[in-house]
Each structure stands twice: as C-alpha cells, then as structure tokens.
Design a protein around this ligand. Structure first.
Ligand SMILES: N[C@@H](CCC(=O)N[C@@H](CS)C(=O)NCC(=O)O)C(=O)O
Length: 138
C-alpha cells in the first residue's frame, strides 16, 4: 500500500506521470477518473482533488517530497565537513544549496533541524556577492 495516489484518464497525459513514477521507483496507487460523473475510481469527487478537473493529479506528493528532501538534508548534514560542499572553495553547488535551503519555511521544512546546514547557510549569506545577489532580487 502506498499513500500516494495518481489520478488518471487512461491514455491521457497522465500516462507520462504513470510512466515517470514507475521509472523513478516511486510507489503509488492509481485511481481512474470518470469524466462523465466527475468521480474517481476511489469514490472521491475529483474536484476536491483538483478543482480544475484535470489529470494528472497526484495526492500526497508534497508530504512525500518533504520527507524525501528531509532525507537528503540528513545526508548533506552528515557529510558536510568543510566550509563548502565540495571542499574549501565556493562552487555553483553552494549557490544552489544556499538557494534551496532558503525555501525551508515556505515548504514547511524547518532547517533548524540540521544545525550544521543552518550555520553553513548563515556563513554563505555573508559572502559579498551573495549579499549583492539577494539585494538585487529584493
Ligand atoms: N495544464 C494541465 C493540463 C492537463 C490536461 O489537459 N489534462 C487533460 C488530459 S491530457 C484532462 O484532464 N482533461 C480532462 C477534461 O478536459 O475534462 C497539466 O499539464 O496538468
């Protein structure tokens, strides 16, 4: 049993997501949408899943993604030994991780769970070009 459910219309664009999830090894259940009744196979009124009425719609993807990001951050927290991700020098990987770590509160992930990553981010935030980039987007 999986708590992720993909709503589909057979052969529609939801097939691409059906394929992609399988290719990625992500477990999910299928529920077919009956366009005539607006009901999905699992009995739900499909408009409560996607008010626009379109497939593909994936339930619980946010919770799944949040859990998986958490696992990735556990890993990074464990391996981050130097000042920067790849060693002593700032690289594009740091610029990217800095950006993603900044999304924490917006996506419901409290970065304080990983004190090493929090101080890593705080340290990068002091770099003059990072300050300038943030100011340019304010
Ligand atoms: N912009 C949407 C479009 C999806 C879309 O057009 N889905 C079609 C199937 S390929 C659909 O659900 N049609 C149902 C309808 O028109 O009532 C997306 O990419 O998710």
């Amino acid at each position: 049993m999986s708590d992720m459910r993909l709503y589909i219309i057979p052969g529609a664009c939801s097939l691409a997501v059906n394929i992609a999830l399988r290719e990625a090894g992500i477990r999910f259940e299928l529920s077919r949408l009956d366009l005539e009744t607006g009901k999905a196979q699992d009995g739900t009124d499909f408009r409560t899943v996607n008010p626009k009425g379109y497939v593909p719609a994936l339930q619980e993807i946010r919770r799944y993604a949040r859990n998986h990001v958490g696992k990735r951050l556990d890993y990074l927290h464990g391996v981050l030994r130097d000042t920067y991700l790849l060693g002593g020098q700032f690289t594009i990987a740091d610029a990217y991780l800095f950006t993603v770590l900044g999304w924490g509160t917006e996506v419901g992930l409290d970065i304080a769970r990983w004190p090493g990553l929090e101080s890593y981010r705080a340290h990068i935030a002091l770099r003059p070009h990072v300050v300038a980039a943030l100011e340019s987007e304010a």
